[in-house]
Design a protein around this ligand. Structure first.
Ligand SMILES: C[S@@+](CC[C@H](N)C(=O)[O-])C[C@H]1O[C@@H](n2cnc3c(N)ncnc32)[C@H](O)[C@@H]1O
Length: 214
């Protein structure tokens, strides 16, 4: 979605930011279980104020989040009683955790430094189909050979015209198979997911894909 959509979402809060979870996502913990966080630098594109960032900071060597909306970045540090150092402007660091207050599309591999693992929850699926190609191209640019890229998606029907968009295994294959080996590591039917009742969905499955950059 466009910048204005996210600025308004964070300004309004409430249901507009219901993607934000209070607890660490089980797929973040899965990365630790798989041993992928050991001594790793983890990149979290479109990080919002996710508590997964704290989990990665505790289990990995370095974490870099990227978030467009200043309010989200401020709330992350305030909510978690962290006092970051901002240097240079837009780069906020507390211990081994850094958030870059930036448009992901302006970011270069040089800005982020070497990356071992990318964690994408509600990021790819935040973009409508006509913007997704640009996001996929940016991830291919940012992820070096050998690095792992975990993608969490929701697949549901009937589909909705707003984020989170429905994305399943076929789309992941279509977007990424030329550049990555793809393992489909989680396929979890979630009839209790809040979206099912809210939107009267017939079904919703949460997926986890673990990609390795060729
Ligand atoms: C659906 S939320 C997901 C947040 C987070 N991954 C989580 O699990 O809570 C998408 C986030 O991406 C941010 N965002 C949207 N477009 C962006 C862009 N071009 N660059 C950086 N952040 C962006 C939004 O402000 C929002 O916080």
């Amino acid at each position: 979605m466009e910048e204005r959509f996210w600025l308004e979402s964070w300004a309004e809060g409430g249901t507009r930011t219901s993607f934000h979870l209070r607890d660490v996502h089980p797929h973040a913990a899965l990365l630790a279980e798989l041993g992928l966080l050991d001594d790793a630098t983890v990149l979290v594109p479109l990080c919002g104020k996710s508590v997964d960032l704290l989990y990665f900071a505790a289990h990995a060597r370095r974490v870099v989040g990227v978030e467009l909306v200043p309010e989200a970045v401020e709330q992350f540090f305030t909510d978690n009683a962290l006092t970051p150092v901002e240097d240079p402007p837009g780069v906020l660091t507390a211990g081994n955790l850094q958030i870059r207050r930036a448009d992901l599309f302006q970011l270069t591999a040089g800005d982020v430094g070497p990356v071992d693992v990318v964690y994408d929850r509600a990021s790819l699926i935040a973009f409508p189909p006509d913007m997704r190609g640009r996001y996929v191209a940016k991830m291919i640019e940012l992820i070096p050979p050998g690095a792992r890229y975990f993608i969490n998606t929701l697949e549901y029907r009937p589909t909705l015209p707003t984020p989170p968009f429905s994305v399943g295994a076929a789309e992941i294959e279509e977007y990424y198979s030329r550049f990555f080996e793809i393992e489909h590591v989680r396929r979890e039917p979630r009839p209790e997911h809040r979206m099912v009742e809210k939107f009267g969905l017939a079904e919703l499955t949460e997926h986890g894909f673990l990609l390795t950059r060729r």
